[in-house]
Design a binder for this molecule. Sequence first.
Ligand SMILES: Nc1c(N[C@@H]2O[C@H](COP(=O)(O)O)[C@@H](O)[C@H]2O)[nH]c(=O)[nH]c1=O
Length: 337
Amino acid sequence: MAIWFSSKSPDFGWLSNFSAHAFSLDDRLWPTVEHYFQARKFADREIQEHIRAAKTPQQARKMGRDRSLPIRPDWEEVKVDVMTRVLRAKFSQHPRLKAALLATGDAPLLHESTRDHFWGCNRAGKGGNRLGRILMDLRESFGRPGRDRRPPTSDAEWLAHERSYELLEFLGPQVGERELRAVAAACCRRIWPHLEERSRQGVEAVEDWLDGRVPEERRREAARSAAQAFADAARALDVGKKNGHLFHAARAAAACCWHPEVAIEAAAGIEPVPIDGPFDAAMTALVEAATAQAVGAVQEVGPVATMHDRLHEEMDFEYAEQAAIVRRILANPFRPR
Ligand SMILES: Nc1c(N[C@@H]2O[C@H](COP(=O)(O)O)[C@@H](O)[C@H]2O)[nH]c(=O)[nH]c1=O
């Protein structure tokens, strides 16, 4: 069945360019794909920076479409390449989104738009759906086995594996909720300095629950309060103020405290990638905690040219540290007991 998406779709807003999934590209951090795409219309770095600092993707789009500023003369020739590049960056840097994209299988992805017949199409079939087509190509390239996806295949590989989320993905649904929560909490402990009080208390409630000391009600309250802390961090997110690591850290803690009755993404007023169960919650916590750690580490790195490489190095480093946590908490599947 075809999947229709736009920034307004309740279930597939994460496919839209407006979704709040920050990534790094061209030596800088970008709050959304839309910010990057609109900024790239201009050669002038000052204008790019102005758009990068826009509070919302809607605002970035408005700025990019303001024709009082000169756009690069070759924009029409390069815009599809720019979009392809930025979408690859978004989905490669968010393993959870990449997994969600792969999980759409071979469903046609259609960017619903009544007006934009280039990137989107309407329900009557009018429009080129270029955005949907790029996403389908990306899905296909991610689906091919390669350096991006290497689950462990032996005891030795399990012990040497350096990506926490791939270890969890490999074990899949057989991991119990207690183990998942324990891994998520331990990963949040590693970003403690980036967490504010409500997020810390949430993680502590999860730890107490692991010790068997927490009534259901406290867990729900902790989840609400951590979700609220994330909502506040989302509102305060401002690349100009270099506080991206606080946003990702608060999201990690909120995911760690996930409770089925508390909608984390909705609390933050951003495009929903609804968390679907404890496994999904733990994956989100791992990815966001690694991002928080990495962004925090490179925030002050200058010149910007070196920041980009450093960000990826720092994320790899953190995923390796988390992989050791996964091994400590979960049983080695290659040594059955
Ligand atoms: N207006 C809109 C979207 N339009 C977005 O605008 C971009 C194209 O900009 P331009 O080439 O300047 O027309 C492209 O990223 C497209 O996805 N998307 C959404 O999800 N929701 C919206 O409401």
